[in-house]
Design a binder for this molecule. Structure first.
Ligand code: 7XF
Length: 386
């Protein structure tokens, strides 16, 4: 890994982690094995580690500028394994009120069952964090841009306020919406990055996967406590192989996701059925200046508020021909979904309101298709609402 340290992102996404192969194979084999010969192997059992996973862990650690990474079975596997490792009964978490729906239910409904107190705040106002930090705070948790409203949070400013109060509090950033090609929270002061690698990192919509990235010390604890003993949320060697394959093109995929998103935003902004467009690249979008500072591009995710009743919007969403009405994101295919009833159905009406998720909001994961075909698909569907 050291040998690629100073090389370009594109070189690292392809080469980091590869070991010499006994047959000179260009692509490493998939180590489909549960156990290892005890006397000779550096490995022991695949719930702890496996060579196919080591390869992708090294790649993600390098791309995120972390000391180490841990591969998990899913994004929620990464988040829960890392949180169970970092927390004890009696501890407190301050979390962003706008986060992915199942992270929200993990924090809101389930963490408290084990004696962890969770407070949800609007982190765009950093005072909401500083005045709620207590000696029991162990984790500050957020996504940026947030799922699904694309709200942008200032990673460096939040990390500074938290660490000025107590350097031992772990600042967690879910970097799923950006991927390390667009944003690297650890370089801005965050302590732990979590990923749903189901999304851009794998990029092909054919598996679930996750990563935790951070200091070697914390990642080792996550491996032997969070994953080995608590969640058992290991990535399969087959999925590690597919993630390594997907990663080879992360940069070129992200460039096209971003370019397609920018062009689709331009079209949507002038369509009469669209009330509002949420995209960090828009100059008048709150958080645009922060996005410019911490993201290399503005990403492939956006949301719109549509005019019309819930029924009309529901009907319209079934008329796409190129796009697919589905949850998930970061795939080659453009995916369209309705957060209030799909990804964020775990939110109550009150929670939705606090997070700024409207009834008419539609989230779009802009894919890699031809942009003219995407625009035409949206034009046809949105015209039915005016
Ligand atoms: O366990 P997963 O691999 O599905 O990842 C969970 C997860 C973690 N963080 C963020 C920011 C996520 O967006 C996700 C999954 N989100 C999908 C979505 O928003 O469409 C899940 C479909 S219900």
């Amino acid at each position: 890994m050291e040998e690629f340290k100073n090389m370009d992102f594109a070189t690292r996404q392809i080469h980091v982690g590869k070991e010499p192969d006994q047959y000179g194979a260009l692509v490493p084999p998939i180590y489909m094995t549960s156990t290892f010969e005890a006397v000779t192997s550096q490995y022991f059992y695949s719930r702890i580690s496996n060579p196919s996973l080591t390869l992708v862990e090294k790649k993600i650690a390098s791309l995120e500028h972390g000391e180490a990474a841990l591969a998990t079975a899913s994004g929620i596997g990464a988040i829960s394994s890392a949180l169970w490792t970092a927390l004890n009964a009696g501890d407190e978490i301050i979390a962003s009120e706008t986060i992915y729906g199942c992270t929200f239910s993990l924090l809101k409904e389930n963490m408290p069952r084990f004696g962890v107190k969770v407070l949800f705040v609007d982190m765009a106002d950093i005072e909401n964090i500083s005045r709620n930090l207590t000696p029991r705070t162990k984790v500050v948790y957020f996504e940026t841009p947030c799922n699904p409203t694309l709200k942008v949070l200032d990673i460096a400013a939040i990390a500074k306020v938290v660490h000025d109060y107590n350097p031992d509090i772990k600042v967690f950033v879910d970097n799923t919406f950006c991927s390390p090609y667009i944003q690297t929270p650890l370089t801005l002061g965050a302590d732990v990055v979590v990923h749903s690698a189901t999304k851009y990192i794998n990029g092909h919509g054919d598996l679930l996967a996750g990563f935790v990235v951070g200091s070697s010390e914390f990642i080792e604890k996550c491996r032997v406590i969070g994953v080995k003993d608590m969640t058992g949320s290991v990535m399969s060697p087959m999925n590690a192989f597919l993630v390594a394959r997907g990663l080879k093109t992360l940069d070129v995929r992200m460039e096209k996701h971003c370019s397609n998103a920018e062009k689709l935003v331009e079209f949507l902004r002038q369509h009469p059925a669209v009330e509002k467009v949420y995209y960090p690249g828009l100059e008048d979008f709150p958080g645009h200046e922060i996005a410019k500072k911490q993201m290399s591009r503005f990403g492939g995710m956006l949301a719109i508020d549509l005019k019309g009743s819930r029924e009309q919007i529901g009907e319209a969403l079934q008329k796409f021909e190129v796009c697919t009405l589905a949850v998930s994101l970061g795939d080659a295919e453009t995916l369209v979904e309705h957060p209030a009833t799909m990804t964020h159905s775990t939110y109550s009406a009150e929670d939705l309101k606090a997070a700024g998720i409207s009834e008419g909001m539609v989230r779009i994961s802009v894919g890699l298709e031809g942009i003219d075909d995407l625009i035409e698909d949206f034009r046809r569907v949105l015209d039915t609402l005016v």
